[in-house]
Design a protein around this ligand. Structure first.
Ligand SMILES: Nc1nc2c(c(=O)[nH]1)N[C@H]1C(S)=C(S)[C@@H](COP(=O)(O)OP(=O)(O)OC[C@H]3O[C@@H](n4cnc5c(=O)[nH]c(N)nc54)[C@H](O)[C@@H]3O)O[C@H]1N2
Ligand SMILES: Nc1nc2c(c(=O)[nH]1)N[C@H]1C(S)=C(S)[C@@H](COP(=O)(O)OP(=O)(O)OC[C@H]3O[C@@H](n4cnc5c(=O)[nH]c(N)nc54)[C@H](O)[C@@H]3O)O[C@H]1N2
Ligand SMILES: [Mo]
Length: 773
């Protein structure tokens, strides 16, 4: 039976990625913003010199100017932020917090921009207006009442500008803690940790220009058609010039399968599209380390054959000798890993791994890109180190057209870490702050996201401040996280839009409305620019273009400075003076962070400047002074002991991912165009054969329970089974609806990142709803 008959909401998408469908979708969001013409003007300024940095993803821009540099989902992000709808005191008078809690995440954000500071009033269960000075004084009072600064948590989401993030970390360290849980802990933390150990710097080594010179681009665990649409353009260009694009993804994501450029009207009219990928491999969830190990093992086999026959080497021996350490132990580990284990764990046939290894070897210059399909596993750190090992074997690092490219998520998540948002700060950063500001900085490690939740749950932390984001929904184990926030004495959310974190609050709670990237930011010294860093370590300025919806909103730097001044007085800096002119913040950044000398002058350059990357320059800031081969052992079993100890066998392994109509916890709409889903999000994708084997029907509703050994039941109810083209044994469902299934202490070894792409689950037919009974 065809799926359409079972579930009227399911329509496989036949059109190409981007193209007309994208245009239709953008138009809808434009009109819905209630100020379409203003926003069109703003959009044309997206990622242009003198315009603002797109608040969507962290993909970098082509250095060429004059091109239209936004994509469908960037347009959605802009229109969503630049809405005319506002959430004000009258709105909060209309709805109690309990009533708001009944609404969906989509409804909450749809109400519009937060326009004035509000404080929770327990007696009426409503948020009531508060003025800014009183709000700052309240935060200061709570912070000063703690026995130790380590009892406060300071979260950051990756949209915060460099200026906001730098001031925030300065304030928090002057206050006395390194408790900096941030969204990066749930995102690319494993990339930072793995790359730091392997090559001495936790960032990608490539620049935009490298994509123009690569002979092969591998894309692992990433869905750029939805999450980094502007990346499709260089991928397509690469195929045009004859380069290979090789994808590893269990789902045949539409953007990777077919592609059409929405900015090329002639092509759009012809409605043609060309195959983008030259090969597509569909591994088991968590199978990439074994797959990449298999590729390296083939290279080793061919290297030995070449040596025996006196043919040209497969390895780059000169590079290995001059730049690396640990090759012998690594090759021994390749020999020790059995083909049988590689095949079983990768979920790929050996012939497929051999084919990908051949494509890899054929290329002189290879870029490997990856995102959440690689970073949200228990063994993500060794998986990324295996990618590095592979690249080191053929010297694919630090030469044009080759290198490592963790494609970052939030538009300034990389910059925030550069600015010092780091719960494990390097000594050099702390020394530099101490020297410049003459206060003694806290030296002990702070809390990451998982540790912060544990601390709040156990009452060891009692104040939570969020610089952006939606902590309640983005984090794992939702009921426990909600409980953690509700145990706090004070929760403060610095936000643009209403979300569940405002409704999941401490005994005292504040909503502090801030300007977004698109808004004009006027301070005493005139309109201000902020700066951001993209995935290629390019730093550039961003100028808001739109008149703010309310004069009561303040900029993120101004809010941070307001809290800082109320808490610490004019220590260690004159906060008001910094806010009057952000160039003064950039002077402090230049004084204290490597690579930022002469910041104000360099950022004035059109397109900004390149911060540099030591690994990209073949300089290795590791203890050995070389790039390290890491001889990690493949996990004995991807299904962890703790999943097995639940005593129940799992039906499937679930990954949680993004639909085409969402930005993280922000839900723009209920469709997922490329996957053919309309009007619903509580769905679970499983292969048709697998659905049948488990004894269900496509379209049936199921309850989903995750397996863990702590006796806590983690279930989401009433999800619709959708038959989808994917490997057996796997399931996929949307984040954040499935976050209640991720156990808080199921996280990556060495990264502490929740294992959002590997959750052992069991299905049960959903209890019939009361209405049907
Ligand atoms: N429009 C839009 N843009 C965004 C975002 C958004 O929500 N909406 N979010 C931003 C953020 S913060 C981030 S981090 C990025 C996220 O960008 P992505 O990492 O592309 O996001 P996900 O939707 O989590 O997709 C993960 C992809 O990895 C695949 N995958 C899952 N598990 C595995 C695995 O074990 N192996 C392999 N090989 N593949 C696997 C999935 O099938 C899916 O295609 O996007 C950023 N950009
Ligand atoms: N199960 C599962 N969980 C995941 C993931 C997954 O793949 N699966 N992905 C993880 C990843 S990669 C990430 S990055 C995190 C995301 O975690 P977060 O960054 O915490 O979440 P967002 O949904 O991006 O935050 C949205 C909110 O940010 C606020 N906001 C928007 N723009 C601005 C701004 O300019 N300034 C300020 N101050 N606030 C603003 C709005 O109020 C909005 O409601 O989620 C993680 N959680
Ligand atoms: Mo992310």
């Amino acid at each position: 039976m065809s799926l359409q008959k079972i579930d009227p909401q399911y329509r496989p998408y036949k059109g190409p990625a981007a193209g007309w469908g994208a245009l239709a979708s953008v138009t809808r969001f434009w009109l819905d913003s209630k100020q379409p013409f203003k926003n069109l003007r703003a959009l044309l300024k997206t990622n242009q010199n003198g315009g603002f940095d797109c608040p969507g993803c962290a993909w970098g821009d082509s250095p060429e100017n004059g091109m239209v540099k936004f994509c469908e989902n960037g347009a959605k992000a802009v229109n969503w932020e630049a809405t005319k709808r506002g959430v004000d005191a009258a709105f909060f008078a209309r709805y109690s917090v309990s009533q708001l809690r009944e609404q969906s995440d989509y409804w909450l954000e749809y109400q519009g921009r937060l326009t004035q500071p509000m404080r929770y009033d327990a007696a009426s269960d409503h948020y009531l207006p508060i003025d800014w000075d009183a709000a700052f004084a309240l935060v200061a009072e709570h912070l000063r009442a703690l026995e130790s600064p380590d009892q406060a948590e300071f979260y950051t989401s990756g949209r915060a500008s460099n200026e906001a993030a730098y001031l925030y970390q300065l304030f928090v360290r002057a206050y006395g803690t390194n408790n900096f849980p941030d969204c990066s802990n749930m995102c690319h933390e494993a990339s930072g940790v793995a790359l730091g150990q392997s090559v001495g710097i936790g960032k990608g080594s490539v620049t935009f220009a490298d994509f123009e010179h690569a002979d092969a681009i591998f894309v692992l665990g990433q869905n750029p058609g939805t999450n980094h649409p502007r990346m499709l353009e260089p991928l397509r260009e690469a195929v045009r010039r004859g380069a290979q694009v090789v994808c590893f993804n269990p789902l045949k994501e539409r953007g990777l399968e077919r592609f059409q450029n929405p900015q090329n009207v002639a092509e759009m009219l012809a409605n043609g599209s060309e195959p983008l990928n030259t090969a597509f491999f569909r591994p088991a969830l968590g199978g990439d380390m074994a797959a990449v190990r298999g590729m390296a093992k083939f290279l080793l086999q061919w290297e030995r054959e070449a040596q025996a026959k006196g043919e040209p080497a497969v390895f780059d021996h000169a590079f290995i000798a001059e730049h690396t350490d640990g090759i012998d132990a690594y090759l021994a580990e390749l020999d020790a890993t059995s083909w049988a284990q590689i095949e079983q764990q990768s979920g790929l046939a050996l012939a497929e791994i051999e084919q990908s290894a051949r494509m890899y070897r054929r290329a002189e210059r290879v870029i490997v890109c990856w995102a959440m399909g690689i970073t949200q596993h228990r063994h993500s750190v060794p998986t990324i180190q295996e990618i590095v090992n592979l690249q080191l074997l053929r010297g694919n690092l630090g030469k044009p057209g080759a290198g490592l490219c963790p494609v970052r998520g939030h538009s300034n998540v990389q910059g925030d870490r550069t600015m010092g948002i780091n719960d494990r700060p390097p000594a050099a950063l702390l020394d530099s702050l101490e020297k410049r500001f003459a206060f003694s900085v806290p030296r002990h490690n702070g809390h990451n996201t998982v540790e912060a939740i544990e601390a709040m749950l156990e009452g060891r932390a009692r104040v939570f401040i969020g610089l952006g984001g939606n902590f309640a929904q983005a984090t794992p184990d939702s009921p426990r996280t909600h409980q953690a926030l509700q145990r706090c004495a004070l929760t403060v959310q610095i936000s643009t839009k209403l979300n569940r974190s405002h409704l999941t609050h401490g005994r005292d709670a504040l909503i502090l409305p801030c300007l977004g990237r698109t808004d004009i930011d006027r301070q005493a010294g005139g309109p201000q620019a902020v700066t951001v860093e993209d995935s290629f370590s390019m730093i550039h300025a961003s100028f808001g273009q739109l008149e703010p919806l309310s004069a009561e909103m303040r900029s993120e730097p101004a809010i941070v400075a307001g809290i800082a001044k109320a808490t610490l007085g004019n220590h260690p800096v004159d906060w008001d003076a910094l806010i009057a002119d952000y160039a003064r913040i950039r002077e402090l950044i230049a004084d204290t962070l490597p690579g930022f000398q002469d910041f104000n002058r360099r950022v004035a350059h059109p397109g900004g400047f390149y911060l540099g990357n030591s690994a990209g320059a073949r300089k290795w800031a590791t203890a050995s002074g070389r790039a390290n081969f890491k001889a990690n052992v493949l996990p004995a079993d991807l299904v962890s002991e703790r999943m097995r100890k639940s005593g129940v066998a799992h039906d499937l392994i679930l990954q949680t991912l993004r639909s085409h109509d969402q930005y993280n916890t922000t839900i723009y709409g209920l469709d997922d165009r490329y996957r053919g889903v309309r009007g619903q999000r509580e769905v679970i994708f499983v292969s048709a054969a697998q659905i049948e084997r488990l004894g269900y029907r496509a379209g049936q509703k199921v309850d989903v329970t995750s397996l863990w050994d702590d006796g806590v039941e983690r279930t989401v109810k009433g999800f619709t089974l959708l038959a989808f083209d994917m490997p057996d044994g796997q399931a996929a469902a949307y984040y954040p609806e499935t976050n209640p299934l991720v156990p808080l202490d199921s996280y990556g070894e060495g990264s502490h990142t929740p294992t959002s792409k590997f959750i052992a689950i069991r299905l049960k037919p959903a209890a019939p709803s009361a209405r049907i009974l």
